[in-house]
Design a protein around this ligand. Sequence first.
Ligand SMILES: NC(=O)c1ccc[n+]([C@@H]2O[C@H](COP(=O)([O-])OP(=O)(O)OC[C@H]3O[C@@H](n4cnc5c(N)ncnc54)[C@H](OP(=O)(O)O)[C@@H]3O)[C@@H](O)[C@H]2O)c1
Length: 260
Amino acid sequence: MGTRLAARTALITGGSRGIGLAIAEAYAAEGCALALNARDGERLAKVADDLAARHGVPVRAFPCDVTARDAVFAMVAEVEAWRPLDILVNNAGIHVAARFVDYSFEDFKRIMEHNVYGVFHVTQAVLPGLMARRGGRVINLASSAGKWGSRNQSAYNASKHAVVGLTRCLGLEMAPYNVLVNAICPWIVETDMLHDFVAGHAAAIGESPEALVDRYTASVPLQRLIQPREVAGLALYLASDEASYINGQAWAVDGGYTMI
Ligand SMILES: NC(=O)c1ccc[n+]([C@@H]2O[C@H](COP(=O)([O-])OP(=O)(O)OC[C@H]3O[C@@H](n4cnc5c(N)ncnc54)[C@H](OP(=O)(O)O)[C@@H]3O)[C@@H](O)[C@H]2O)c1
């Protein structure tokens, strides 16, 4: 077992699958205690037990919907009573694809509630503890969709641009407390979310999901989609001592899709 995050505790939202689970694996392998969050408590408890058994670190499940502000504050109080937090990974998020003119108000609002207000609630609940202890890391899973425009996902892009904006502002406000705030902006990662958004995009443009994935794959210099562990590597670095002067940045993990 590594020791890069030994004696630290991280709260990872959306830690039961996909990118959040890969980050949990990477942190646990470096000695980090984990408070894992997602809505499905049964699945989360299994993941927590498995990680604790394989990595020998304390791991506990804290099921809660990040869009429910009161429940989020209660969850963070419970986590802090268990172990004071050092690291917050705001990873829980959703995607709904549609042309802008076709987005229902309900879907647009749901995306904002998950991807923006969820981050707002959890971060507001966690920051007082980090500020009081004069140190910590906040790592926000934004997206390449937080850096540029793309078709048929304007609500998602708007939400991820908001996360990047929030990251920059918090990077400024939290620096005096030695709390560093960064965002990760992956391009397309092979998780459950990929299937959700490919289905939505394909329907919006009348293309088959398979053809769309082929087109995405061909359009990136590395000619393949991203694996969750390839995002987790950056999340580990940003949480580690090596990243002690990295703040307020939005890091692309995009295989060279953009080079600016
Ligand atoms: N996949 C990509 O291509 C990609 C690219 C760029 C950025 N991202 C971002 O990376 C993050 C993770 O994406 P992913 O692809 O790993 O997603 P995913 O496979 O769909 O997993 C989402 C995770 O979030 C949890 N979750 C969803 N809504 C929640 C809520 N309201 N409260 C608490 N937990 C919730 C889910 O568990 P439950 O369902 O049990 O709650 C699950 O653990 C997201 O913010 C996403 O926008 C993804």
